[in-house]
Design a protein around this ligand. Structure first.
Ligand code: 8DG
Length: 166
């Protein structure tokens, strides 16, 4: 397989999953990437911002939820036909009460809804951003941090592997 040369690209994005009991807050995005698919909340890190500040800002902008803290769950990096093209920092947050956010709710980025975790984790679920079922179980059920590598070949996942961090 062709390898990318030189420096790894900077990680520019963040993604957060917020759980409440057996539910998880998902965004059905109305814009690319993942238009029409359910994903976590997140976005691009702004200049001079830490990834953690960035995700807290994005969650607030997209849902109005002001998270007091988030748990760092590692990184996803992706390659397209062997060339590393990007990455995102992963965060998890737990909310005591999902009534703090009534859903479904239309927001600027799409539709927010509390979904059953079991539905989201179903591998063949075509409605979810395609790589989420590969890394979400570790985010939810493993306290360790992972670096995940998602290889796309012509737009579909050809390989996915996860490595413990530190
Ligand atoms: N599940 C999953 N999510 C991804 C992948 N790649 C990727 O960027 N995302 C997430 C990270 C971000 O949360 C989101 C993209 O952010 P965005 O383009 O909407 O950024 P933004 O909100 O700052 O948007 P804007 O200012 O450009 O409108 O998609 C991926 O491979 N898998």
């Amino acid at each position: 397989m062709m390898q990318s040369q030189g420096k790894k690209p900077k990680i520019l994005f963040t993604l957060c999953f917020i759980t409440c009991n057996e539910s998880i807050l998902m965004l059905n995005r109305q814009y690319p990437p993942w238009m029409g698919k359910w994903n976590g909340l997140g976005g691009k890190i702004e200049h001079g911002e830490t990834p953690q500040k960035g995700i807290i800002r994005e969650v607030c902008e997209e849902s109005g939820i002001l998270l007091p803290s988030v748990t760092d769950k590692g990184i996803v990096r992706w390659t397209d036909n062997g060339v590393e093209t990007g990455g995102m920092y992963l965060y998890l947050a737990i909310m005591p009460n999902n009534q703090q956010l009534k859903t479904p709710q239309k927001v600027a980025e799409g539709v927010l809804d509390w979904k059953w975790i079991s539905w989201v984790l179903h591998q063949e679920n075509q409605g979810i951003a395609d790589n989420v079922p590969f890394f979400l179980p570790k985010m939810l059920y493993d306290s360790r941090r992972y670096e995940h590598f998602c290889s796309y070949e012509n737009g579909t996942i050809a390989n996915f592997r996860s490595k413990l961090m530190r």
